[in-house]
Design a protein around this ligand. Structure first.
Ligand SMILES: [Zn+2]
Length: 297
């Protein structure tokens, strides 16, 4: 009996030593990584692995280990999708005022503008994708969570109206926390305004491709983002109106696994296809061919 305990004890000590060695190796490894300048590595927020930044960028900001699709800035999205040098920006200098005189809003806007080098949370304009002419809007969640205030509503509406006039298809990349709280009811009115413009674009028989990216929620998901003739979504994107916590509290029930994620919405018929970022341009080109959109190279 004593022997058994002795053996067990030895085994445990060996195991402890092994753990200790592994721990030391890990520490050593992280020290090596820690000595590498920050701009060389990027830590994936989803799987926590370190990725060489240049590999991550080559992979269109998608983690090669867990396929996490990181949020893109509007300009990054533009560079990935739109033909170089073809984009003509619309209402580039429009930026929000403080219509309800909300405290701190003007300061926050000024700070955000400086940080993001953008005037608003959406970039709109006309550009080509492999020669196919599109009216394009790209939201940027780094600018006040891509929220929709009066200027975002106006920029999108103006784009859609011009697209209708010029008989152009529409492509919108959404990522948003919803309506801009600081603009209260005025921001909610943008839901009706943008939806009406898209309705007229639809009545003219023109194509609208809506691409939902992480996260697309609130007033944006409840208006123009959900009105696409074709709705695509990036993998794992959170898409919904209210957040899962609010819904859970309201209905007092556990939510199903994967609730409000792209794949779940595909299963329920809300999304037409979940498309990896690396295939997105190719799918848009296929849809353009399918819908016989005029090419003007
Ligand atoms: Zn990862």
């Amino acid at each position: 009996m004593n022997n058994i305990f002795k053996e067990q004890k030895e085994r445990l000590t060996r195991f402890d030593n092994m753990n200790c060695l592994q721990q030391m190796e890990k520490e050593q490894e992280s020290k090596i990584i820690a000595n590498i300048p920050d701009d060389l590595y990027k830590r994936c927020t989803s799987c926590d692995k370190n990725i060489l930044k240049k590999d991550w960028e080559f992979n269109l900001l998608v983690c090669p280990y867990c396929d996490d699709h990181a949020r893109l800035r509007a300009r990054e999205r533009l560079n990935q999708i739109v033909d170089q040098g073809s984009f003509e920006e619309l209402l580039a200098s429009s930026s929000s005022q403080n219509p309800l005189n909300m405290p701190d809003y003007s300061e926050k806007l000024a700070q955000t503008k400086q940080l993001t080098n953008m005037n608003e949370s959406v970039m709109t304009g006309f550009g080509k994708i492999e020669g196919y002419q599109y009216a394009i809007a790209i939201l940027d969640s780094y600018f006040m969570m891509g929220s929709m205030g009066c200027v975002v509503g106006e920029k999108i509406t103006a784009l859609v109206e011009l697209a209708t006039e010029r008989k152009l298809p529409l492509l919108i990349f959404s990522t948003s926390g919803g309506a801009r709280m600081q603009e209260g009811i005025l921001s909610l009115m943008q839901m009706a305004k943008t939806s009406a413009a898209i309705g007229r674009h639809h009545q003219a028989g023109l194509l609208y491709i809506s691409v939902l990216t992480h996260p697309t929620t609130g007033g944006v998901s409840a208006s123009f983002a959900s009105l696409g003739d074709v709705t695509l979504a990036e993998p794992g994107a959170l898409i919904g109106f209210a957040g899962p916590r609010v819904i859970k509290q309201t209905i007092n029930q556990d939510l199903p696994k994967g609730f409000q994620r792209s794949e779940f919405l595909l299963e329920k018929g809300f999304v037409d296809q979940v498309v990896k970022r690396k295939h997105l341009k190719e799918i848009i080109i296929k849809l353009s061919k399918l819908h016989q959109i005029g090419v003007s190279i």
